[in-house]
Design a protein around this ligand. Structure first.
Ligand code: GTP
Ligand code: MG
Length: 341
């Protein structure tokens, strides 16, 4: 580590805002030395809690995120916000609106706000998001809120980075249907039906509860109708604490008027307690680390192969283009040359 890298490291750990901003750029843009920096920061990030906030466009994610920041701040908690917007490399559009909504927090030294718009060189959006969240955590953020725009596959992937995922819905617009389609049901730890001041909020919440009950009773159910019913009855009779599984709560709120945010935050905190205090929760934490490790390994292996075998890759590509070799065979050749199979 060079002298300036050491200085950056101690700046981040001291919570210096400029160092944190620079370190975020460093990892976001994969500058030389960024992996060493992240490795040194890692032990200082373990107490931090990451909450993902996702949902369809316009449901009120940013308004709600801003409220959560406000409530956490009033409890004296230091907060980081990572706004993920892969669709906008120039961080205009949606993020600009978010910026305005976040303005109230700009002057607060207890709040770090960063946006992530790049996918990194080879790594995906989730890797960059995790790295930036890690810098904010090491810089002193006790809670990091990760807000994504949109509900595509990439965004769902980003949600795996968080410890706790909050899925936001709003009444109308067939959102409940979309939730099932987009796999949001599976990734939600807590549901918020925002805009509860609008008609249809209560039925949207009921509908969500119904769908959640369905997925719960079908998950892990033994085959056969009789078995299925018996299993469901047994599961319903059991208290969630006994079965050890997390039961996804559905809460209503009006982010715009700051209503229902306290109970929502409590539900999120209960999920954190469950994660840390139960065997199922610990398994989830292990699965998260496993996922991250695999992603890093894929990225690093890919990089190494590309670096070391650049010439051979070009020659193989040429042969594929002439029809002398198929691309699948070409990859096999490379893997053998690299001694991997
Ligand atoms: N009626 C009502 N409107 C709300 C509420 N919360 C937010 N809004 C409004 O909904 C609109 C969208 O809010 P945002 O917070 O930007 O929603 P978002 O999900 O972040 O939107 P994108 O980032 O564009 O996907 C804004 O006009 C908000 O003022 C609420 O509780 N009730
Ligand atoms: Mg937003």
């Amino acid at each position: 580590m060079t002298g300036s890298e050491r200085q950056l490291l101690s700046g981040v750990l001291a919570g210096d805002v400029r160092s944190v901003a620079r370190a975020c750029r460093m990892v976001d843009e994969s500058w030389p030395g960024h992996l060493e920096l992240l490795a040194s920061l890692f032990p200082h990030t373990l107490a931090s809690w990451w909450i993902g906030v996702t949902g369809s466009p316009g449901v009120g994610k940013s308004t709600l995120t801003s409220r959560l920041v406000q409530h956490l701040r009033s409890a004296g908690t230091r907060v980081g916000v990572v706004a993920v917007d892969p669709s906008s490399p120039f961080t205009g559009g949606a993020l600009l609106g978010d910026r305005i909504r976040m303005q109230a927090h700009w002057q607060d030294p207890g709040v770090f706000i960063r946006s992530v718009a790049t996918r990194g060189a080879l790594g995906g959006l989730s890797r960059t998001t995790a790295d930036v969240a890690r810098v904010l955590s090491a810089g002193g953020a006790e809670v990091v809120l990760i807000e994504t725009v949109g509900v595509g596959q990439d965004e769902l992937e980003v949600m795996h980075v968080a410890h706790t995922t909050l899925v936001v819905q709003a009444p109308g617009a067939g959102d409940d249907l979309q939730a099932a389609k987009a796999g949001l049901l599976e990734c939600a730890d807590v549901f918020a039906v925002n805009k509860a001041d609008l008609p249809g909020a209560e039925s949207a919440a009921q509908h969500l509860r119904g769908m959640l009950a369905l997925t719960r009773s079908s998950a892990g159910a033994p085959a056969g109708h009789a078995g299925h019913a018996a299993h469901r009855a047994a599961q319903e009779a059991r208290a969630p604490a006994e079965s050890g599984d997390w039961e996804v709560p559905v809460l209503s709120c009006i982010a715009q008027r700051d209503e229902g945010i306290g109970p929502l935050l409590e539900a999120l905190q209960q999920h954190r307690t469950w994660l840390n205090g139960s065997a199922h929760g610990q398994a989830r934490i292990r699965a998260r680390s496993h996922r991250e490790l695999i992603a890093l390994l894929r990225e690093r292996l890919g990089e190494l192969l590309l670096e070391r075998h650049q010439e051979q890759i070009e020659q193989l590509a040429e042969r594929v283009s002439r029809g002398e070799l198929d691309p699948y065979g070409a990859v096999q050749v490379l893997i053998r040359t690299a001694g991997l199979g």
